[in-house]
Design a binder for this molecule. Structure first.
Ligand SMILES: [Ca+2]
Length: 477
């Protein structure tokens, strides 16, 4: 492998002013909540990492946020760790989101946007312009293994030493591989990175009856932004690719043969939600077994467990299914980190966190130098010392190449209070998230919001410049 070629590609990005990062300066944002303080942990041996990446699990679909969802194992793990309530994915679509976590780069930087993994294969696998987190940890002496959904081809081609893509939607082979791998790792041998990527709760939702029975008498309700059909307008445009996968009214067997998409009434969405939560409860049991295996093999104390999803999911919110747009249900995911070295546990952070932050965080915790071009912000100081310094003034997401019938997808900037969206047809949307958490009222045209609209436009422009996004902005046309 040519180190020189890798550096060439990385330097291209460095020239795009990445050294500043997206969020190294910012407004005063507070890390809140109650917590249990602990003494900083110092361990000579670098920690292991178990990275659990679920598929299409929206932020609310976990018990510690929505008590009706039965995830006792995940809740315990999360509460014994640090929960990130405002975690956003770099892009709400499978392949591109996974490529971003693996490379630490925005989709338009690694050039794998939407469901097309070819940019990742071109730049990471073939040209070797960028290193994945597996490359970097392997170079530092880690043992690296992958099991589950890749969406980017053979994981051995992008840095993992062991494992393979597994397409069994029960995820049983994935967790069986993880168990075997953990049993093979000696406590005094090299530290490891184990990437576990279940297919659940992606449709089709096929939990066994025992999991469905958990929700037989559950008080499930649709969200306040539930609609039977999406309103007209570019904000809700998921594009032809999105609509092709708009199949969640057919969540049971033979879903390919049944009609999908709106209108879907409340009963249909609640049936879907019941099966979706049941699939997550099933997954929770598998994660619980994985944690038990970590304990049984003696790795639990020195393993950083990172849990999140590749994107969120609509459960009839705004009349939508699938993901792809910039609404909270689509770009927001559950995320937590568990580790014995955490300065604080039993705490929930409201910091704006990006899936791009995990790459630099892992390198910092492993004691491996970070490349200067990464757009993400390391969470390591917050995790190790409980630092309350604000992470960033805003977080971004994008879904270009899939959202637009007439344009090029959606982009967003999110601060603690505001969200600005530029849609596929260059429609501007401004949501006041404090007053309107279900994103029902676009206040971009209100006179009193002009200063905030201007600031958000500037932030989007700043981010687009950094990632090399050349789309013409409406207010600059
Ligand atoms: Ca996904």
């Amino acid at each position: 492998m040519s180190r020189a070629k890798r550096v060439t590609g990385e330097n291209i990005i460095a020239r795009r002013s990445f050294l500043k990062g997206v969020g190294l300066s910012g407004a005063a944002l507070a890390l809140e909540s109650t917590s249990h303080a602990k003494a900083p942990c110092s361990k000579k041996r670098p920690p292991n990492f178990v990275f659990i990446l679920t598929d299409d699990q929206t932020r609310r679909a976990i018990g510690y946020t929505t008590p009706v969802v039965q995830t006792p194992n995940l809740d315990r793990l999360a509460r014994d760790g640090m929960i990130f309530d405002n975690a956003y994915v770099a892009t709400p679509i499978c392949a591109a989101s996974r490529a971003s976590m693996l490379t630490g780069l925005c989709p338009q930087q690694h050039e794998s946007v939407a469901l097309d993994g070819s940019g990742f294969l071109r730049n990471v696998v073939h040209a070797k312009r960028f290193q994945t987190i597996a490359h970097r940890l392997a170079d530092a002496g880690y043992t690296t293994a992958f099991c589950g959904k890749s969406h980017l081809g053979d994981p051995k081609a992008y840095g993992f030493q062991q494992g393979e893509e597994m397409n069994d939607r029960t995820d049983n082979p994935t967790f069986a591989f993880a168990a075997r791998f953990l049993a093979q790792q000696q406590a005094d041998a090299a530290p490891f990175l184990l990437w576990v990527a279940p297919h659940q709760p992606h449709v089709p939702l096929l939990p066994e009856q025992q999991w469905l029975d958990l929700y037989k008498d559950a008080d499930l309700r649709v969200a306040p932004n539930f609609r039977e059909s999406p309103p007209p307008g570019s904000l809700y445009n998921q594009g032809v690719p999105g609509e092709m996968y708009y199949r969640d009214s057919t969540f049971t067997k033979n879903y390919h043969d049944l009609p999908a998409g709106p209108p879907r009434n409340k009963e249909t969405i609640l049936d879907l939600t019941r099966a979706y939560y049941a699939a997550i409860s099933r997954l929770d049991g598998q994660v619980g077994e994985l944690v038990a295996q970590l304990k049984a093999t003696g790795h639990y104390e020195n393993t950083v467990i990172i849990y999140l999803s590749d994107n969120g999911y609509f459960l009839g919110n705004h009349g939508l299914g699938n993901k792809i747009t910039m609404h909270e249900e689509s770009v927001g995911v559950p995320m937590f980190i568990h580790w014995s070295g955490l300065a604080k546990t039993h705490c929930r952070s409201a910091e704006l966190v990006s899936s791009l932050d995990l790459y630099p965080t892992i390198l910092d915790l492993a004691g491996v130098p970070k490349p200067g071009y990464l757009p993400g912000v390391s969470l390591a100081r917050m995790l190790k010392y409980g630092t309350k310094r604000p992470l960033r003034p805003y977080v971004t997401s994008e879904c270009v190449g899939v959202g637009g019938k007439t344009g090029m997808g959606h982009r967003m900037v999110r601060t603690r209070r505001w969200k600005y969206i530029l849609t596929d047809t260059n429609e501007e949307v401004l949501f006041d998230e404090l007053k309107d958490p279900f994103e029902l009222d676009n206040v971009a045209a209100k006179k009193e919001n002009r200063p905030e609209l201007s600031r958000m436009r500037w932030r989007l422009h700043e981010w687009m410049t950094k990632v090399g996004d050349n789309r013409r902005l409406p207010h600059r046309a």
